[in-house]
Design a protein around this ligand. Structure first.
Ligand SMILES: C[S@@+](CC[C@H](N)C(=O)[O-])C[C@H]1O[C@@H](n2cnc3c(N)ncnc32)[C@H](O)[C@@H]1O
Length: 261
């Protein structure tokens, strides 16, 4: 696995700088809920949270957001070729702190990664990692991936889709928040070119079963595994932070790799 230059210490969190009402949290940085006013979705797969950022993450957000960041405002289509220098582009939904994303970008510089999350510290962390490791093939999108897919990507634009350890929403009344659902797959398929791979992983057994069922039944996807089951973790997917936490609790991890027909 590609060795990365490490992030700054995670213990040096700083309170968000004092600012007047309405003043942006990071000048020139990611917007709070960029599509919220005009593309409200009632059921979201993420929990909005106000998280503390480290000094290093804040510095990266302010310095690098104008260069490598984009807000998902849902107001225009993206030209992915232009955004990532003509490389084939894989969308990663929910990169968390971005360590695995940076490793995959370093290992495969000819593929562009459009990495999306709502988590501000993670956005700063990934920007910092990309900068320190000279990764020019990563762009960081802030906001809801559903709005990105629905409003901002052209049909067939994606060469791949990665959803690693999506929030499991274990309570029954929250299952509707799980991102891997038939409607999501229909939307995702429409934005993927034929032959593109969707790669999911989870350490939550009931969610793995749900993923296998909805992907297996979806008319736009076929399993790369001839036996119709889970796939061994492909060598290109590094261990992720959430995966590590799951493994510490004794969870079993399942990968799923399906092809857009
Ligand atoms: C459980 S974490 C996993 C993070 C990372 N993939 C890992 O394995 O360490 C799931 C992440 O997905 C993000 N997320 C969930 N739904 C999302 C959506 N619709 N758009 C963007 N990010 C989303 C959450 O903010 C969270 O950071």
């Amino acid at each position: 696995m590609t060795e990365l230059r490490n992030t700054a210490s995670e213990n040096d969190t700083v309170p968000a700088p004092r600012r007047a009402k309405g003043e942006p949290r990071f000048p020139g940085g990611p917007a709070a809920d960029p599509a919220g006013s005009h593309h409200e979705r009632r059921i979201r797969s993420f929990q909005p949270r106000r998280s503390r950022v480290t000094a290093g993450q804040a510095e990266a957000l302010e310095r690098l957001w104008p260069k490598w960041g984009l807000d998902i405002d849902g107001l225009h289509k993206l030209d992915l070729g232009e955004l990532l220098g003509g490389r084939p582009v894989v969308l990663e939904i929910g990169f968390g702190m971005g360590e695995a994303t940076a490793q995959m970008a370093a290992a495969d510089p000819d593929t562009g990664i459009l990495a999306v999350d709502v988590h501000t510290p993670g956005q700063g962390n990934l920007l910092g990692l990309a900068d320190r490791n000279g990764l020019s093939n990563v762009r960081v999108a802030n906001g809801d991936a559903i709005i990105l897919l629905r409003e901002m990507l052209e049909p067939g634009a994606l060469d791949g889709l990665r959803v690693y350890f999506p929030d499991p929403w274990p309570k029954k009344r929250h299952h509707k928040r799980r991102i891997i659902q038939p409607e999501f797959l229909t939307l995702a398929a429409s934005r993927m070119r034929p032959g593109a791979l969707i790669h999911c992983a989870t350490d939550w057994e009931p969610y793995a079963e749900q993923m296998l069922e909805v992907l297996g039944e979806h008319p736009d996807f076929e399993n790369t595994q001839e036996n119709g089951g889970y796939t061994p973790r492909p060598p290109f997917r590094p261990l992720t932070r959430f995966e590590g936490q799951g493994l510490d609790k004794g969870h079993v991890v399942h990968d799923l790799l399906f092809r857009r027909k």
